[in-house]
Design a binder for this molecule. Structure first.
Ligand code: PLP
Length: 496
């Protein structure tokens, strides 16, 4: 059989579509998309035939491949592949709780249910039912956040990066914002505080050194209206003597503290506390802003997490605090700004508020998550990020043993070797970088495969399992594997 004969043998699209399996598939899904898949497979097959070097090669071509039943099978597979979305679930077996690449905080069940409840139809997003007129989305969670944190009011934007931007634009445009050099951090993805500052129209006034910033450094950097007027009266030359770099100075807009969430400065260090900043700020009638980052809402020190939390930070008297919704708060991606009403009002009225506003799905998930915090024990039990931090070692050890049993059952005891080991897990997501949480994992070894090769294989499972490799050993850390995911992890070992 030569190339021409092979081409002649290629079935027509209609002929393939008559196959029982495709008729059913087209009925259940989309006839158009199934036909597209068939067309694609036939076209690929034609290209393969045309690519055969000569009749000699053509004779070696397995003509069974051209049977309509075979083409139909390939088309069904291609259809399924086309249906696969790019965003889909996987299993985090790394033991890093807030894994930025893996979607940060998993949501609690009530948040998920509420997203479905609110988003499948219409909702009160901007409608005041009692009054029968337009409402504001800013009012949806403002009171709840106030109740939980002690703030006067709150506002929600897309993430903490937009929160930083709008706070600086609303309170610092054309003014100087005083920040310690030790806190001029890059948060990741080229998000650097000095760059945001520039974009917002505020001027950064850096003070102190990388390791030490004293309260007096803030005090000495403040430029009041009177000082500015005096400088202008004395003329430019005299003004330059006040600042040897010759940069123009502006009135101070605020004192700002940025929580160093991604690294720690240890050794010969000093930084001003929030209380000290509040004392200086309020004496000069200047707002004190705290970019807290992680959004921890409750005290978690009993689990080794000695981080500031939102209510305690606000209790120091600071004016504005901002933090993410999807870090230690354990909710959806969001930036939450709360504090004194006059400042929050200014941000709500700022044009960026419209650009940074969040969707009903975010509000639905956020409100349901926040509601858990009315009772700390509910939050610890139901919000996955917190329950993962609070997981007991005994319980994790038992889960690791169960997981190992299931993996043995799926892979066969002789093919793989498992060991239950102690590990140190992390919070991740740029939060509490020094904290290590003692946990348990299943260490997997296989005499015929390297750790890297096991890792690759698990990553390519139907539902990918992302493992940790530590000292050439593959670890499945149970802290971040949900109870109902154990079986899925084990099934990645089937037919090992
Ligand atoms: C994480 C973080 C941000 C950025 O928050 P996103 O919600 O990721 O935009 C800003 N500031 C601090 C201190 C952070 O830790």
């Amino acid at each position: 059989m030569n190339k021409k004969d092979l081409l002649r043998r290629l079935p027509k699209i209609d002929e393939v579509m008559k196959q029982e399996s495709l008729l059913l598939l087209a009925d259940d899904t989309s006839s158009l998309l199934v036909t597209d898949a068939v067309r694609g497979v036939i076209s690929d097959m034609r290209q393969r035939i045309l690519g055969l070097a000569d009749d000699e090669e053509a004779r070696g071509f397995d003509i069974e491949q051209l049977e309509p039943a075979n083409i139909a099978g390939l088309a069904a597979a291609r259809f399924a592949e086309n249906e696969q979305l790019n965003l889909y679930p996987l299993i985090n077996a790394t033991g890093t709780i807030l894994h930025t690449n893996l979607g940060r905080a998993p949501l609690c069940q009530d948040a998920l249910d509420n997203v479905v409840r609110v988003s499948q139809g219409y909702s009160t997003l901007e409608y005041n039912v009692a009054k029968g007129r337009r409402g504001s989305r800013h009012d949806l969670v403002g009171e709840l956040i106030a109740e939980l944190t002690g703030a006067e009011d709150a506002m929600v934007v897309n993430n903490n990066a937009s929160a930083t931007m709008i706070v600086l634009a609303a309170l610092g445009r054309g003014k100087e914002i005083i920040v310690s050099r030790g806190e001029l951090v890059e948060i990741g993805g080229a998000f650097r505080i000095p760059d945001i500052m520039r974009q917002s129209g505020a001027f950064l006034q850096e003070i102190g050194t990388s390791n030490k910033t004293k309260p007096s450094d803030y005090e000495n950097a403040i430029i009041t209206k009177e000082m500015l007027r005096e400088m202008e009266l004395r003329g430019r030359e005299a003004a330059l003597m006040d600042d040897p770099r010759g940069t123009r100075r502006f009135e101070t807009g605020a004192l700002m503290k940025v929580h160093r969430s991604k690294y720690d400065v240890v050794g010969f260090t000093e930084e001003a506390t929030l209380e000290e900043l509040v004392e200086i700020g309020h004496r000069h009638d200047l707002p004190v802003i705290f970019d807290m980052g992680n959004g921890l809402m409750v005290d978690m020190s009993e689990f080794g997490l000695n981080e500031p939390n939102v209510p305690a930070s606000l209790a120091t008297g600071i004016d504005v605090i901002l933090f993410s919704g999807d870090k230690l708060l354990g909710g959806p991606q969001a930036g939450i700004i709360c504090g004194k009403r006059e400042y929050i009002e200014a941000m709500k009225k700022h044009p960026l508020a419209r650009a940074f506003r969040v969707d009903k799905m975010t509000f639905a998930a956020l409100e349901a998550t926040l509601a858990k915090y009315r009772d700390r024990s509910l939050a610890l039990r139901d919000i996955p990020v917190l329950s993962m931090i609070a997981a007991s070692e005994d319980e994790m050890k038992a889960r690791a043993e169960r997981l190992a049993e299931e993996i043995y059952r799926a892979a066969g005891r002789d093919r793989i070797s498992l060991e239950i080991v102690k590990v140190l897990d992390q919070i991740g997501g740029g939060s509490a970088p020094m904290v290590r949480l003692p946990g348990w994992a299943v260490a997997v070894s296989d005499s015929s495969r390297s750790a890297d090769s096991i890792e690759r294989r698990l990553r390519k499972a139907d539902i990918p399992v992302i493992a940790r490799i530590h000292e050439d050993r593959l670890l499945l850390c149970v802290r971040t594997i949900a109870e109902n995911e154990t079986e899925t992890v084990a099934s990645a070992f089937r037919g090992w």
